[in-house]
Design a protein around this ligand. Structure first.
Ligand SMILES: *Cc1c(COP(=O)(O)O)cnc(C)c1O
Length: 482
């Protein structure tokens, strides 16, 4: 199933596709990188893409499409009602998931809006393995509360657990005993985005879902990151080693009430979908689509994206396709761990995560934002754009005090099928150099701090001239290299 290399201890990730369209990249010299990151307020969200060599900000909407997806987009049938594109997407969903009912939405969070509007009332709770930002925002906006039930290993930076995203079943049972009548729905996130893309096992999902069935609790699967999770089920859960991917997806769809996903991730496209086997659920939710999204045949999606989604979903049934993300991430994590860089382990889906506090030896206090400082330093070191997942991404308490994140992480997303192995090796190389020069990295302080979504729009400055020192060291070590 995987191609083995001669005399190599580790699996070398091999691209099972060839590149036929390319985008020229630009790597600015390091002095310019220092200038650019400061123009961007040391916030990688504010960097211009033309100044970024490796864009590892996110895996959302930036995955490479296949030739067949591009071809499918050409035949998109742009009709308001009764479009053939909609029929083709419905057919793909029925084939891949076995779900006959489909509601379109413009992206993943739009599905969350609809589900929360329909089912969450003030005082209700939504148990889940772990929250995702937009899911939580919609649930709390409707007066609900998110209760996280991930097993405790999920929150430890390093251990050997193959499924760190699993539910803690005893805690779920205790919660049901106590508050069953308050549960709006239970949400399973397949591939926990915010704790390192860590997967959940089929065994755990089926157990949780059978409890829901027995207790009459509505169950929802967020399948946005299902593609990577399927790869981990196939490779880490022996019972499913030989199970066809389609069978696994059908089994999941049968066991739960509702599946939704962002097609910016699942299906290498744009858009989103809510799917179900149950007509009554479809009827409960359908009124919200024309209200918030668009007519039931497109739900705010562009028809070409729908064609790309349909084809992309079929490609999700191919192990050689879905393995590409995880095996490149694993290669990056392994190379860095072997060098001594503190990473979240084991490697998960969507990207590699550096433990920034440990990377900086706990030297930078939380109020100088270790993960943000490391994100800035990595852009300077290599023109690489990661995403801060630490205290900058938190919001202050209503009284203005800081809420510091439990973990200060720098996420390096690996968009699927986008980077080659030499680019991944370049990234590892610059992280290693930075690690050896970590004592040069200093903190950040706010110069503009918006009261909401500060991680998107806020601007920071270095607390000293550490960035110039880092650039000088780079010149000493690399000469006139970019
Ligand atoms: C990205 C994501 C979403 C939201 O999807 P958008 O298309 O960005 O709105 C929801 N859940 C998970 C797990 C995600 O990764």
């Amino acid at each position: 199933m995987t191609v083995k290399f001669y005399k190599q201890d580790h699996q070398v990730p091999l691209e099972m596709h060839k590149v036929r369209i390319v985008q020229k990249l630009y790597l600015p010299p390091i002095e310019e990188r220092v200038r650019k990151i400061n123009e961007a307020g040391n916030n990688t969200f504010l960097l211009q893409n033309r100044d970024v060599f490796m864009d590892m900000l996110t895996d959302s909407g930036v995955n490479a499409m296949s030739d067949l997806q591009q071809a499918a987009m050409l035949r998109a049938d742009d009709a308001y009602a009764g479009s053939e594109t909609c029929n083709r997407l419905k057919a793909a969903l029925l084939d891949v998931f076995g779900t006959p009912f489909f509601l379109p939405a413009h992206q993943g969070r739009a599905c969350e809006n609809i589900l929360s509007e329909a089912y969450v009332k003030p005082g209700m709770i939504c148990p889940m393995n772990f929250h995702f930002t937009t899911a939580k925002a919609h649930i709390t906006r409707c007066g609900g509360e998110v209760i996280e039930l991930v097993r405790k290993e999920g929150l430890e930076p390093v251990n050997n657990e193959p499924f760190k995203g699993n539910f803690d079943i005893p805690r779920l049972k205790a919660l049901i005993d106590e508050r069953k009548k308050d549960i709006a729905f239970l949400r399973i996130e397949t591939g926990t985005n915010l704790i390192g893309g860590q997967p959940i096992s089929m065994e755990n999902m089926l157990e949780v879902l059978s409890i829901c069935r027995r207790e009459g609790i509505r169950s929802v699967i967020d399948a946005s990151l299902l593609q990577d999770n399927l790869y981990f089920i196939k490779t880490r859960e022996p019972e499913y080693k030989h199970a066809p991917l389609r069978d696994i997806m059908h089994k999941l769809a049968e066991a739960c009430d509702i599946i939704y996903f962002s097609s910016r991730k699942l299906g290498f496209s744009r858009g989103g979908a809510i799917i179900t086997m149950h007509e009554n659920i479809y009827r409960e939710l359908m009124e919200f689509v024309p209200l918030y999204e668009g007519f039931l045949t497109y739900g705010g999606m562009e028809v070409r994206s729908m064609e790309a989604m349909a084809q992309g979903l079929y490609e999700t049934l191919d192990m050689e396709v879905i393995s590409q993300g995880p095996i490149f991430i694993e290669a990056l994590v392994r190379e860095l761990v072997d060098y001594g860089v503190p990473m979240i382990e084991p490697a998960g889906g969507l990207g590699a995560h550096i433990n920034a506090s440990a990377f900086l030896d706990g030297r930078i206090p939380s109020n100088q934002y270790p993960a943000g400082a490391l994100a800035s330093a990595l852009y300077i070191a290599g023109g690489i754009r990661g995403m801060e997942r630490g205290s900058i991404s938190e919001q202050r308490e209503p009284d203005g005090t800081e809420r510091y994140a439990e973990l200060e992480l720098l996420r390096l997303a690996v968009p699927r099928r986008v980077f080659t192995l030499s680019q991944i090796k370049y990234c590892a190389d610059r992280v290693k150099w930075l690690f050896d020069n970590r004592e040069l990295i200093g903190g950040l302080k706010w110069i503009e701090e918006p009261s909401v979504l500060r991680f998107f729009f806020g601007r920071l400055a270095p607390t000293s001239d550490w960035q110039d020192k880092l650039a000088r060291k780079f010149r000493e070590d690399f000469g006139d290299s970019l």
